[in-house]
Design a protein around this ligand. Structure first.
Ligand code: PEP
Length: 251
């Protein structure tokens, strides 16, 4: 059985006191949510402060991005060893905002995944199609290209540290959630692709989160799908009642 995994992506929101306060609230209630994995991914400048709140709790710290080189003259970038140094266990890679606003390619994402795994950071690899790609019937081909491009050279044993997040771009931050059936169809496709690239054991074990306007009101239906193993939550992870509501649905 795959353990449900809920991660909150705070994106470029909050200030230091708001971030610490939200983390403290999540920790305060976290013992109510047994049998699931929980992570929060604050902006990089608040990782250390938020990590302090998470100490000795079941809530893991994650980052929203990293660079693939371990150190050196890369102004403005943050490396995997640095994320480990401040207590991160997870890193979101290939988020659609990084792909589409900041121009990240599958090849770059692949190097980042490799670098994350090299320092025992667990990548959350995001894939997902644009609205026009869905309407053109290209969803499967788009996510297959993203998946295979991002996972080049990653071994079956390394895959035990990787989470995949299916995030249809048209559903992110728009309030337009995929139906449970739409999510299940793509999740099952992704699991089949992992089976084809690796093996059945790897495919059965890999966790595939859904992301895109998840809220307490739609979480139960999405999470009840057999290939939906959790959620990557943006907007609703910034509101304590909403995030706790989603955790409750996953428990
Ligand atoms: C996300 O940023 O990964 C996301 C899914 O955002 P939202 O939940 O706001 O759609």
């Amino acid at each position: 059985m795959r353990k449900p995994f809920i991660a909150g992506n705070w994106k470029m929101n909050l200030d230091s006191s708001g971030a610490v306060q939200l983390a403290a609230e999540i920790v305060k209630h976290s013992s109510a949510f047994q049998g699931i994995d929980i992570a929060i991914c604050p902006p990089a400048v608040y990782l250390l402060a938020v990590g302090g709140e998470l100490e000795n709790s079941a809530v893991a710290l994650g980052a929203q991005n990293m660079y693939f080189e371990p150190s050196g003259a890369f102004t403005g970038e943050i490396s995997g060893p640095m994320l480990r140094d401040v207590g991160c266990r997870y890193v979101i890679l290939g988020h659609s905002e990084r792909r589409h606003i900041l121009g990240e390619t599958d090849a770059e994402i692949n190097r980042k995944i490799d670098a994350a795994l090299a320092v025992d950071l667990n990548p959350i690899l995001c894939v997902g199609e644009l609205l026009e790609e869905r309407e053109a019937g290209e969803t499967e081909a788009v996510v297959e290209k993203q998946l295979s491009g991002s996972l080049q050279g990653i071994s079956a044993s390394q895959m035990s540290s990787v989470t995949i997040a299916y995030e249809p771009v048209w559903a992110i931050g728009t309030g337009k959630v995929a139906t449970p059936e739409q999510a299940q169809e793509v999740h099952a496709d992704l699991r089949r692709m992992i089976r084809d690239c690796y093996n059945a054991e790897t495919a059965d074990a890999v966790r595939i989160q859904y992301g895109g306007s998840v809220k307490p009101s739609n979480a139960a239906n999405l999470l009840s799908q057999s290939d939906v193993d959790g959620a990557l939550v943006g907007g609703a992870s910034l509101n304590i009642e909403d995030f706790l509501g989603i955790l409750a649905e996953a428990t």
